[in-house]
Structures are given as structure tokens and as C-alpha cells.
Design a protein around this ligand. Structure first.
Ligand code: CDP
Ligand code: MG
Length: 682
């Protein structure tokens, strides 16, 4: 088939989508109102077609059309598709931008991006003066950043917001969602019109299984027609695919394709291609396939009933990765993916009882279950002082906001009045967790950012260590990984990551080096690119801002760990008995070192540690850790107990006067908790 015929067929294909018949009406609806809600079944063509229609209707005359996606893979694959349909090179008229990957140019007028990217753009340009249309897509997914964008856009047009009037041409806002949330959205956005695209779906019959649990994927016997959604990480998902490959002798003509958030672009494209004749396509996917991406021709779904989710646990005061049951609405959504092109079947490998008793009706929006620290700092930097009364579509619990404020105060990103500090203004520029940013900035002030930038990059990419499925190979990989850790001369998972980065980078053949050391080359390649970008941000800040400068005498390992302490002192734990550690953040949670840590089985030699994250399975595990000395955090730890969150809340509500502030500080000083005892210094 020649290239042009192929393009024509894509164009014709798009005319068959349900949205096509409503093209003119939709264009008019966008012209007629500031806010418009568009709803329709997934697969009706909203994401790929509406931006194209608006482009054709001349909306790009003054500014760009920006479309946000909660997931990076969706932003990338959809941009590729639309570039093809509009017959242009990706990155020219149609482009995408996701964190650490910008594929746009001067000529880009239709820009797909993650919601996080648009949020960053608002920081630099609060009225989005380059855009004529902003489309918030997949709003029903209720991602944290999309929810914040909704509030910001609503605020932008509120009566008191004069800034928007200063724009030279109007801004149109379209919010798109699957059917559920449309009325709520309309009510939130001053009762804006709702445009419904009638769907075209086929019936799906669902059956329940006999047992509950993620393991059942293996034993369920439905491997012939699998489309499972329970894996959040690429690694687990690839293991599931390996498992399927092993079963292949009994499953003739099966093309097994993984689909997950951080997968490489060339592999993503394969997902949408029809399989060769006589071959069945089997997509093993994370929940990205539930709404963000529509794959044509899926007839059977296997629904595990679970999802891996990052939840903020206020009992232990940390974000924790957990495997939790999905909601009933999510299970309906998953099943619905089988009925796009013909009648389908959904195999739920959990019992009806589990469905009734353990699954909530709806998924809790991210804003009500994850840490708000980074988002609250962004809001503060945008001049939203009262973060409690910000227009949230669904309010997060007040204690989550307070916890975020407290953490920002602890990191010195805001002062006692809840105002952003100089440091906070620097911190918001980095697309990293504020704690990690704080460590990077500390290192930069001491002139040793070459230690922290690569580490921050390594912590921002997916897992770098390959875990082969075969037990023999697994042993080999473990030995090599342990040797890499030993090379650093200390038990320090952070230093191991830094060392892998440096060794690979200085190697003559980095990809071969990775292969020899059971390291994911692709992850390392991303880490190199992320490091460069973080370095650029730092250089830019050092040039224009009043950058702090510090000095330190001591060895490199101490310097490295001390820098880490400035960002991770909220994640300090002290060994209590045996192999159990107790966190020092006031929650006193009991944690264990994860077996993947190079400190594992060395617990007896340790007293104080800091750690990067927490994983909960049968126990609470901390991963990526290193030993520290109590003196390094001694001056920081009292800060964990210094502020009373309820006091901070009254500060958060409104600007307080100096007088009130003095009164408050006096009260605070009287209440201040005694310092942590200095026994047990290593
Ligand atoms: O946004 P909505 O769910 O309404 O639909 P869409 O994502 O615009 O998808 C419309 C059609 O384009 C579906 O049939 C998809 O399978 C197809 N598509 C594709 O073939 N390749 C992509 N990269 C994206 C969408
Ligand atoms: Mg869509």
C-alpha cells in the first residue's frame, strides 16, 4: 500500500467515528461559550478528532490548541495518530510534551501534553496567553493535576480575576470526559453547556470467577483472551507477558503485547496495529487501557479486580504503593472495552461477593488520596494563598492540605505565614518531589550537584535493575547487582544508583555495559536525558536568581548523605529492636528494609537510616535507603514537631497581620515540644 493510500484510509476511518456527524455543531458550541463540557463513550473520537476539527475551523489563527492527558503514553500515542491523520511530521504542527520529553517546535499549534505540563506552563504564564483553546481531557479520571487545572481555569474567569481580560484574544475551555461526570462538571463551570456524543457500543456479558486475588491470573485459564488491568509497573507487566509466553505452546497464534505508562514509543505503536491474519492479539495492560486509550477489535477482557495505587496514608504520614480493589464503576469501564466493535465478554476473576462487598461504587479522586505537597506549593507560587478555600471539584480532606503545608514548612518552602520563601520559589521549578529538590538545591549551594543531579534523575525513571524470570539468571543478576553496590564501598542504595549512572555514562559502550550488568539500558538512557534537563533548570536558576552558597569540609560520602538528609529528614528511621526500624516523623511506624536494598541483612550494623519510599505488602517495607548519623539530622528533626497544623491552617486561610503573628509565635514557643533525645548516637 502506498503512503498516501494509507493516509487516506486513516482519514476515512476517522469519518466513521461517532463524533464525525457532530463536527459542525461541536465547532459552533465551542465558538458560542467560554466553557464547554463534551461527553461521550470512550472511543467515540473526542481526543483525536475535536482538536483536529477546531484546527480546521481556524481556532489556531491567534493561538495554540492545548489538550491535556493525565497519562504520558496517551499524550504521545494520540499525538502520533493525529499527526498522521493531519499528514504532518510529529513535532511540527502537531506535537506533544510530557515531563522530560518535549516534542514540539515553533510551528506546533495542536499540542498534546500531560496535565502536569500545562500546570507548569500556568506557573510561567498565568493566563495561558499562547493558547486560544485549552482542552482538559479524560477529566473523569480525576487526576490530581487535572483537578487543580479545573480549579485554576474556573478561577481565571471568576469576576475578580482581571488578568484574563488583559489577553488579546479570548480563551476557550473545553472539558471532556466519559459519561459519568458531565453534569457535575457543568455545574462546577458556571452551568456550562454539555455536548453529548451519542455512543455506539455492543453488549458485553460479564461472568464472575470463584476466587479472589491477583495470583489467579495465572490459574484462571483465560489466557487465550486476556486483557488484564492489574499491573501498574512495567516490570510486573513484563513478567506477566513472560508467563504468557511460557504458556504459548497451548495457545496457538497469540501475539502478546504489553501496554504500560512508561513504555517505549516504538512499542506503543504496535498496540494499535491489527494483528497478522490468523493471529490473535493479546494486550496485557495497566489501567491505562480502561479509558485513556481505545484499542480497536478487543472482544474479551480479563479483569483482575485490582489496581496498584499510590495512596497517602495519613496514619503513617506517607505515600504508599498498594494493591487495592478497583471500584464498581472502574470494573464496568474495563468490561465496556470489549464491546467497541462487536458483542464481547468480560471474565472477572473475582467472586460476585467480592464485587458486592469489597469494591466501592466509585473511584476516589486522586486529590483525596495522595500527598498534596507539590501541588500546594504550585498553588502558593501562583498566588493562591488560601489553599483551603480554593475551588476544588471535590475538596480534599482538610488534614491532607494541612499535612502538605506542614511538610512545605519543614522543607523551608513556605514561612510561618504560609508565604512562599526564596527557596520555595526555586523548588517549584523542578518537576521532582519537594524533598528531593531540596536535597538537589542543598548540593548545588555546596557546589556538589554532580552527586545529586544524577541521583535525582535515577530516582525519576522506572526501576533500572533487570529481574529475570528464570531462577538461575536471577541469581546471576543478583550477584552482579550486589557487586555494583559493593563497589561504592558503603552500604548505600542512593550511592549505588549514582555509581551505576556514572559507570554506565563513562563506559565506551554503555548499552553493552548495561547488558553485562543486568541493567535496563532504556531506563538509563532516560536517566541521562532527565539529568541533562535537571541540570539546565539548575543552571538557569543559578543565573537569574539569588542563589544560596554554602561550604562544607568532610569526605564525599558524608557530603552526599548530608545533602540527602536535608530533603529526606522526614523519612528518617531508627532501629528499635532486631530488624525493625521506627520512623521519626511523629507517627512512629514500624518498618523493615526491603530485600532489594543493599542494607538488607545488615540491619544489625545500623542505627539511623533515611529512605526514599515505602511499599506495603505483608509488612511495611522501606526501599532505597542509606545509613546516616544522628548529628546530621539532629537540627532538622525538631522541625518535624515544631508547628501545630491547626495553627498553620488559620495562617493558611488568610494573610495575618504582624501583630497576630507575634502573638502566635509566642504561643508556639511556649508549646514547643522537647527535642528528640540524643542517646543512641552512632
Ligand atoms: O477520546 P475518545 O475515547 O472518545 O476516542 P479517541 O481516543 O479519539 O479514539 C478514536 C479512535 O481512534 C479509536 O477507534 C482508536 O482506536 C483510534 N486510535 C488509534 O487508532 N490510534 C491511536 N494512537 C489513538 C486512537
Ligand atoms: Mg479520549
Amino acid at each position: 500500500m502506498s503512503k498516501s493510500t494509507r493516509l487516506d484510509s486513516k482519514e476515512n476511518e476517522s469519518k466513521l467515528l461517532p463524533i464525525y456527524r457532530h463536527k459542525e455543531e461541536l465547532i459552533l458550541a465551542v465558538k458560542d461559550s467560554t466553557f464547554l463540557a463534551v461527553t461521550g463513550e470512550t472511543g467515540s473520537g473526542k481526543t483525536t478528532q475535536l482538536p483536529k476539527y477546531l484546527h480546521q475551523a481556524g481556532f489556531c489563527k491567534d493561538g495554540k490548541i492545548g489538550i491535556t492527558q493525565p497519562r504520558r503514553v496517551a499524550a504521545i500515542t494520540v499525538a502520533q495518530r493525529v499527526a498522521q491523520e493531519m499528514q504532518c511530521t510529529l513535532g511540527r504542527e502537531v506535537g506533544y510534551q510530557v515531563r522530560f520529553d518535549d516534542c514540539t517546535s515553533q510551528s506546533t499549534v495542536v499540542k498534546y501534553m500531560t496535565d502536569g505540563c500545562l500546570l507548569r506552563e500556568i506557573l510561567a504564564d498565568p493566563v495561558l496567553s499562547q493558547y486560544s483553546v485549552v482542552i482538559l481531557d479524560e477529566v473523569h479520571e480525576r487526576s490530581l493535576n487535572t483537578d487543580i487545572l479545573l480549579g485554576l481555569l474556573k478561577k481565571m474567569f471568576s469576576d475578580s480575576a482581571k488578568a484574563i481580560k488583559g489577553r488579546s484574544f479570548p480563551l476557550k475551555v473545553v472539558v471532556m470526559s466519559a459519561t459519568l461526570e458531565a453534569d457535575k462538571l457543568s455545574a462546577f463551570l458556571s452551568d456550562c453547556p454539555v455536548f453529548t456524543i451519542p455512543g455506539r457500543t455492543f453488549p458485553v456479558t460479564s461472568t464472575f470467577g470463584f476466587a479472589v486475588g491477583p495470583k489467579d491470573i495465572e490459574s484462571a485459564g483465560y489466557l487465550k483472551e486476556v486483557l488484564s488491568f492489574s499491573f501498574e509497573s512495567g516490570r510486573e507487566l513484563k513478567r506477566a507477558c513472560d508467563l504468557l509466553y511460557e504458556k504459548r505452546p497451548t495457545v496457538e497464534g497469540l501475539l502478546i503485547l504489553p501496554l504500560y505508562g512508561s513504555m517505549p514509543t516504538d512499542q506503543q505503536r504496535q498496540i494499535f496495529q491489527p494483528p497478522p491474519s490468523g493471529i490473535r492479539k493479546c494486550v496485557v495492560a495497566t489501567n491505562i487501557a480502561a479509558t485513556s486509550l481505545t484499542i480497536n477489535g478487543i472482544k474479551y477482557i480479563i479483569d483482575s479486580g485490582f489496581v496498584k495505587q499510590l495512596n497517602h496514608n495519613s496514619r503513617v504520614g506517607m505515600d504508599i504503593l498498594e494493591v487495592v480493589p478497583i471500584s464498581k464503576s472502574e470494573s464496568e469501564q474495563r468490561a465496556g472495552r470489549a464491546g467497541r466493535t462487536s458483542a464481547g465478554k468480560c471474565f472477572r476473576i473475582y467472586t460476585k461477593e467480592f464485587w458486592e462487598k469489597s469494591m466501592p461504587e466509585y473511584t476516589v479522586p486522586e486529590i483525596q488520596r495522595t500527598s498534596l505537597t507539590a501541588v500546594i506549593l504550585t498553588l502558593k507560587c501562583l498566588g493562591v494563598h488560601d489553599v483551603i478555600r480554593f475551588p476544588y471539584l471535590d475538596c480534599p480532606e482538610e488534614r491532607f492540605i494541612l499535612e502538605a503545608l506542614k511538610q512545605l514548612y519543614q522543607f523551608d518552602a513556605i514561612d510561618r505565614r504560609g508565604r512562599v520563601t526564596q527557596l520555595g520559589k526555586l523548588m517549584v521549578e523542578f518537576p521532582l518531589h519537594p524533598g528531593l529538590t531540596r536535597a538537589v538545591l542543598k548540593a548545588a549551594s555546596l557546589g556538589c550537584h554532580d552527586l545529586l543531579l544524577p541521583l535525582a534523575a535515577m530516582l525519576s525513571v522506572e526501576n533500572i535493575f533487570i529481574r529475570p524470570g528464570h531462577p538461575e539468571k536471577q541469581k546471576e543478576a543478583d550477584t552482579i547487582h550486589r557487586a555494583l553496590a559493593a563497589k561504592t564501598g558503603s552500604m548505600n542504595d542512593f550511592a549505588t544508583l549514582l555509581s551505576v549512572f556514572q559507570l554506565c555514562k563513562s563506559s565506551d559502550r554503555p548499552s553493552a555495559w548495561c547488558k553485562d550488568h543486568w541493567i535496563h539500558w532504556r531506563a538509563l538512557k532516560s536517566a541521562f536525558s532527565v539529568e541533562t534537563q535537571l541540570r539546565e533548570i539548575l543552571l538557569r536558576l543559578q543565573q537569574v536568581q539569588d542563589f544560596p552558597v554554602d561550604t562544607f569540609d568532610g569526605d564525599k560520602s558524608e557530603l552526599f548523605r548530608r545533602c540527602l538528609c536535608t530533603g529526606y529528614f522526614t523519612n528518617v528511621a531508627r532501629r528499635s529492636v532486631g530488624k525493625v526500624f521506627c520512623t521519626m516523623d511523629g507517627h512512629g511506624s514500624m518498618v523493615h528494609l526491603h530485600p532489594s536494598s543493599s542494607l538488607f541483612d545488615q540491619e544489625g550494623k545500623l542505627n539511623w537510616i533515611i529512605f526514599h519510599d515505602v511499599l506495603v505488602t505483608s509488612r511495611m517495607y522501606v526501599r532505597t535507603a542509606c545509613p546516616i548519623r544522628y548529628e546530621w539530622v539532629k537540627d532538622l528533626l525538631p522541625k518535624l514537631h515544631e508547628v501545630d497544623v491547626y495553627e498553620l491552617s488559620s495562617v493558611a486561610r488568610e494573610e495575618v497581620t504582624d501583630e497576630e503573628m507575634i502573638q502566635w509565635e509566642t504561643r508556639e514557643a511556649a508549646k514547643r515540644q522537647p527535642e528528640v533525645s540524643t542517646e543512641d548516637v552512632i
